[in-house]
Ligand binder design. Structure first.
Ligand SMILES: Nc1ncnc2c1ncn2[C@@H]1O[C@H](COP(=O)(O)OP(=O)(O)OP(=O)(O)O)[C@@H](O)[C@H]1O
Ligand SMILES: [Mg+2]
Length: 359
């Protein structure tokens, strides 16, 4: 439905968006995820037509949008700050776009009520924005975009001004709403939890470039670059060198002394320097002697952090590197009292866990 081909946007020497290509399918919930300044808003503004591209093509429904002005594009934007008209009622805020386009009164009435129903705000027509909570104001902003029945809705950090509980609740409502109305969503956020929870596919951006694009599970389980591995969730990075490699797996030497076997086909050859990435939840702690286990590394427990559902254990390896292990407290209820600081334990993992990234 929407295709960006080699799109670049420069501001003087600043390359805000650098040769980005992506496709978004009809009905998809697509997320652009990245830290501040990576170019997310610039992409949205180019799709909406508020911003010109320096080079590349933006194609909507098979047609290059070229330099079409915003009002000629079949897209609508929901901004972070809502941008509601404070002196107008909820009804008038939502009706505004239709009045501009000279729809007749009966049609305006029907469509505004339908849009307010979609965001569960029926009955709030006569209120003014200052008589609504932040979450409700955000839903008015959503209704104001939906009422135009665009083929794509662009949302720029719409939940970032809400407190955590309300944001979580609104997040759930958003996915339901999107499924119900079937409009394609392009959703910008710097919040990885939000992106993983909402999106059908996530594009992880860094310095104007898309580092990886795929379903949330794939991004989390198989990060392709160090940036993605580090940005999504928490990750331990162990320096390693490949000693042998076949198409079914390889042998790594980690931190210059431990040999481990990994059951993962990866594009590496003997001698390559790599980063072996292990999530804290892929590791386990054990007291048993090292020789009984393959893929284990000794470490000294330096800190315990109780997080309610889980406990984090920070262990120091012989080369001084810290590694984090996360253990579910329900499954290992006794363990969190049992592990003692400054004792040596083994960190264990299975041959199939972890990802290898070329250093
Ligand atoms: N009008 C402008 N003139 C000059 N530089 C700009 C302009 N707009 C954006 N930039 C720069 O382009 C880069 C990308 O900006 P953009 O607003 O797209 O980032 P973002 O990913 O949306 O960040 P945030 O999460 O903070 O909203 C930044 O380095 C920014 O300073
Ligand atoms: Mg932005």
């Amino acid at each position: 439905m929407l295709e960006l081909i080699n799109v670049t946007r420069k501001y003087g020497d600043v390359v805000a968006v650098n040769d980005v290509s992506l496709t978004v399918a009809k009905g998809e919930f697509f997320c652009l995820l990245g830290s501040s300044g990576c170019g997310k808003t610039t992409i949205l503004r180019m799709v909406a037509g508020f911003e010109k591209r320096t080079s590349g093509q933006i194609i909507l429904n098979g047609r290059d949008m070229g330099d079409d002005p915003p009002y000629c594009r079949d897209v609508n934007t929901v901004f972070q700050n809502y941008a509601l008209f404070p002196h107008m009622t909820v009804f008038e805020n939502v009706a505004y776009g239709l009045r501009i386009r000279k729809c007749n009164t009966a049609e305006i009435g029907t469509r505004v009520m339908e849009a307010l129903g979609q965001v569960r705000l029926s009955g709030f027509e006569e209120r003014r924005p200052d008589q609504l909570s932040g979450g409700q104001q955000q839903r008015v902003a959503l209704a104001r975009a939906l009422v135009n029945r665009p083929s794509i809705l662009l949302l720029d950090e719409p939940l970032s001004a809400l407190d955590k509980k309300i944001a979580e609740q609104t997040r759930l409502e958003l996915t339901e709403l999107q499924r119900r109305v079937g409009i394609t969503f392009i959703y910008v956020t710097h919040n990885q939890t939000e992106a993983l929870a909402l999106a059908d596919r996530v594009a992880v951006m860094h310095n104007g470039v898309i580092e990886q694009c795929g379903p949330p599970g794939e991004i989390y389980e198989h990060p392709k670059t160090r940036f993605v591995a580090d940005f999504i969730g928490s990750m331990n990075f162990l320096d390693g060198q490949v000693t042998t490699a076949t198409d079914r797996g390889c042998r790594l030497r980690l931190a210059e002394r431990w040999d481990v076997e990994i059951d993962k086909a990866s594009p590496v050859a003997p001698g390559n320097r790599v980063l072996y990435c292990l999530r804290p939840e892929q590791l386990r702690l054990s007291l048993l002697p090292a020789r009984d286990f393959e893929n284990s590394v000794p470490g000294v427990l330096r800190r315990k952090v109780f997080e309610g559902d889980a406990t984090l254990y920070l262990l120091e390896l012989a080369n001084g590197q810290m590694v984090t292990v996360s253990q579910n407290n329900y499954i290992a209820r006794l363990a969190r009292d049992f592990y003692e600081l400054n004792q040596e334990y083994l960190l264990l993992w299975s041959r199939t866990s972890g990802e290898i990234i070329r250093a």
